[in-house]
Design a protein around this ligand. Structure first.
Ligand SMILES: Nc1nc2c(c(=O)[nH]1)N[C@H]1C(S)=C(S)[C@@H](COP(=O)(O)OP(=O)(O)OC[C@H]3O[C@@H](n4cnc5c(=O)[nH]c(N)nc54)[C@H](O)[C@@H]3O)O[C@H]1N2
Ligand SMILES: Nc1nc2c(c(=O)[nH]1)N[C@H]1C(S)=C(S)[C@@H](COP(=O)(O)OP(=O)(O)OC[C@H]3O[C@@H](n4cnc5c(=O)[nH]c(N)nc54)[C@H](O)[C@@H]3O)O[C@H]1N2
Ligand code: SF4
Ligand SMILES: [Mo]
Length: 716
């Protein structure tokens, strides 16, 4: 019997599909959020999205488990017991925001706005809102553990070298002939400005591959040349490759002549940095370095895929400078299939930095020393974390009394975790907004429940900074009383009667769209979820590069003006077999940390059952020749110890690392273990790392990869 359509659909719940973008990593995969009867019913990849073409990685595919996790924070909480005692009282948003507003105001009145610091995590949807709120409050002190250690060193360094931030040309349709993966494993990391799916697709044309990595990754196994260097010595390797390319005249002479500044000075600088000089430092044979230089220079177009490993040692600015000169000397700049410059689909975000007086800007912690992090050399200046922690602990150079943290698990991702802990304990006010009760949130006075990405509306532009694809993020559901960080900032600014920063979210988003290149309103963008802007290559040919000389500055005049060396040079990491042989006697192995795990994002996702099942324990990689004499077998718990402390991880005995190298995973805590610590001291890589000087002279970068350690079996 025939049924009417109305009869057939009666009782069937109605599903709406909202276009959005996954923000569980930096990647930005387009998604369809299915909403049925007010609940999120399905999250699937958007086939139309140019960045993922319908795919989702394991983390994205577990979004429902994140959104509806029973342990999500759902209401604001006020501490009732002693700090860290784990006693909480549910309060209303009004009470929470009133209390934060009045306590922040009291600290500001007594100690000045600079006594209030804001913290956040890497590449979050709200990262720019954190600095905006800080500036609206009048404080220059906001920070993010990646600013001196991740991505921003590359952004700031390339801006002064090339006038803009280069990205790999993934969406232009030209396959690269050669790809260099330098301290970077995008098949696992869904990294800054691309998705792991772009990375996979760029391999389809079967390019030549060069991998610079101390570990034999999937890419290293597939590589034409794998340069297995000693952790922390990337700069020496890059300088030696530059030496070989210049000495053997493998560079693009016409491009260099017309479009670079300071070639002769560079040639002079790298004269002594021969592959033979680099071999004992890097552990890579000289002939292999030359072979890599030859293959790289001869194969075009070529992409330089670089990652955060090059930013995890002091002297990172010069490392980045040296590596970035490889594409520059070979003319792989702004060409199809090479490095390109984005088209800025979004206008500049209103950071409100103009609200700070020059005197207040100068007070930013670290601004006196690290001008590329905290001063005039930074695209968006941020405070230097070790200096900030000192200000919390010792009140020097001035006291910091309040820390408002929006999306960072400080105890896991800051170097020297124990010292970070001691610093937080000295605060008068700690506020943490997060999805879960992390070990850091456990130390707070007030905990705020943050909305996760499918629960909020905002804009995203990717690749980050370059943004040739822009996305609308759309709120699909409301979980408990969770609020988007953006909304929390606006409400706090209004409660505190701040002179700026009180506009509505809609006003800010529309203004940013209007001043970008897309011509779209938010509603128009939301219909398709994303918009791809047309690309143009060789833009520099019209007006030159946006540097003082109009050319690519091999010799960086802006670095020179800030008082730093305008040419790259090598400096041995401050703790290493060569620089501290005394330490190496007791700690003979070289430690590297934090290669990305495909199932977790930094310290997140350990509570999501399917992801945790895929990777239940923290793993330390040890070569069989190193493990055997100590009686360590695959799967055993192992002590890893440095001058700072010791932790346990489970042994993965593997020939993928050099016998002298140990790799530990980062970001570990155990949400299933009892609070307030939740096992944060057991396997935390940052119990091992160091955050003391010397830092990168321009960026303040500290040391996460290439330290000294020893290992021992854990005896039951
Ligand atoms: N799934 C997932 N994705 C992520 C993250 C995550 O936690 N999980 N984190 C995000 C973040 S914050 C970032 S910065 C990116 C990072 O992502 P990537 O830039 O890809 O960096 P990593 O995976 O940390 O490290 C890449 C490689 O560096 C190697 N390495 C270790 N020490 C050295 C060294 O001294 N020199 C060189 N040349 N190589 C070294 C490691 O063996 C590893 O294979 O990923 C982002 N995406
Ligand atoms: N030893 C070692 N340490 C490292 C690294 C390493 O390789 N080795 N890598 C470094 C690098 S490159 C980086 S970028 C940093 C990363 O450090 P961070 O980016 O600070 O990462 P997490 O500490 O994991 O903090 C993320 C927190 O944000 C919460 N969160 C997620 N979404 C939201 C949201 O929308 N709103 C709010 N309010 N909270 C949210 C999560 O639940 C989690 O607790 O770590 C650095 N630390
Ligand atoms: S790669 Fe990143 S953006 Fe894409 S689905 Fe995975 S977590 Fe989400
Ligand atoms: Mo990062």
């Amino acid at each position: 019997m025939d049924q009417s359509v109305d009869e057939m659909t009666e009782g069937v719940p109605e599903t709406r599909i909202l276009k959005s973008v996954c923000r569980s990593c930096h990647g930005g995969c387009g998604v369809d959020l299915h909403v049925t009867d007010g609940k999120l019913s399905k999250v699937v990849g958007d086939r139309a999205s140019p960045l993922n073409k319908g795919s989702l990685c394991p983390i994205g595919a577990n979004t429902m488990a994140l959104v509806y996790h029973p342990d999500r924070l759902k209401y604001p909480l006020r501490r009732t017991g002693k700090r860290g005692e784990g006693k909480w009282q549910r309060i209303s948003w009004d009470e929470a925001l009133d209390e934060i507003a009045s306590r922040v105001q009291a600290i500001k009145d007594e100690h000045g706005a600079e006594a209030i610091a804001l913290g956040t995590g890497t590449g979050r949807h709200h990262i720019r809102w954190v600095s905006r709120f800080a500036h609206a409050l009048g404080t220059p002190n906001w920070c993010e553990p990646g600013f001196a250690q991740c991505f921003h060193p590359r952004v700031n360094t390339t801006i002064l070298t090339f006038g803009d931030f280069p990205v790999c040309d993934f969406t232009g349709g030209t396959a690269p002939e050669c790809i260099v993966y330098w301290g970077h494993n995008p098949l696992n990391s869904g990294p800054d400005g691309e998705t792991r799916f772009d990375a996979r697709e760029s391999l389809k044309g079967n390019p030549k591959i060069i991998v610079v990595d101390p570990r034999s990754t999937q890419l290293a196994k597939r590589a034409d040349i794998w340069l297995q260097l000693r952790p922390g010595t990337d700069d020496a390797l890059a300088l030696a490759m530059l030496h070989a390319i210049i000495e053997e005249k493998l560079y693009d002479a016409a491009f260099v002549e017309q479009w670079t500044h300071g070639f002769d000075a560079l040639a002079e600088r790298v004269r002594d940095y021969s592959p033979e000089w680099a071999a004992p430092i890097t552990w890579v044979p000289a002939e292999k370095i030359r072979a890599a230089a030859r293959l790289y220079a001869a194969t075009k177009p070529s992409m330089m895929e670089w990652g955060c490993a090059i930013e995890h040692t002091p002297n990172c600015i010069q490392t980045i400078r040296a590596i970035s000169m490889l594409p520059a000397l070979t003319g792989n700049i702004d060409v199809p299939g090479g490095w390109v410059f984005g088209v800025k689909g979004l206008g500049k975000f209103p950071s409100l930095i103009e609200n700070l007086s020059p005197e207040m800007n100068a007070k930013r912690l670290g601004a006196d020393r690290f001008k590329m992090l905290a001063g005039e050399g930074a695209d968006l200046p941020a405070a230097h974390i070790p200096t900030l922690l000192q200000a919390m602990r010792e009140g020097l150079p001035y006291p910091v009394k309040a820390f408002l943290v929006f999306g960072n698990n400080t105890l896991t991702t800051y170097a020297n975790a124990k010292q970070a802990y001691e610093s937080l304990l000295k605060l008068d006010l700690l506020v943490v907004a997060d999805l879960f009760m992390t070990p850091t949130a456990e130390l707070a006075d007030i905990v705020l429940p943050a909305a996760s990405w499918p629960e909020l509306t905002t804009l995203a532009g990717l690749p980050t900074v370059a943004a040739n694809v822009i996305f609308a993020q759309q709120k699909s559901v409301q979980i408990g009383e969770c609020k988007a960080d953006e909304e929390i900032f606006i409400e706090l600014a209004r409660k505190m009667n701040l002179p700026v920063g009180t506009e509505s979210l809609e006003e800010v988003l529309e203004a940013q769209l209007l001043s970008g290149g897309s011509g779209k309103t938010f509603a128009e963008l939301a219909e398709t979820g994303f918009h791809k802007l047309p690309f143009r290559y060789g833009k520099y040919k019209e007006g030159g590069f946006k540097t003082p000389s109009g050319k690519i500055e091999l010799y960086a005049t802006r670095l020179e003006a800030m008082g730093y060396d305008p040419l790259p040079y090598y400096e041995e990491p401050p703790e290493s077999p060569l620089s501290t042989p005394d330490v190496a006697k007791d700690f003979p192995l070289v430690l590297t940390t934090g290669a990305r795990i495909p199932f977790f994002f930094n310290s997140e996702h350990r509570q999501l059952p399917r992801l945790r099942k895929a990777h239940p324990d923290p793993l330390v990689e040890i070569h069989p020749e190193t493990a055997a004499p100590l009686g360590i077998k695959n799967g055993d718990w192992v002590w890893i110890e440095t001058l700072r402390g010791k932790i346990q991880q489970r042994a993965k005995v593997t020939t993928d690392v050099d016998p002298k190298v140990i790799h530990v995973e980062h970001g570990w805590w155990f949400p299933e273990e009892e609070g307030p610590e939740h096992g944060v001291w057991k396997s935390n890589a940052n119990m091992l790392t160091r955050n003391g000087p010397p830092y990168d002279p321009a960026m303040g970068t500290y040391h996460l990869r290439g330290l000294l350690c020893r290992i021992a079996p854990v005896l039951e």
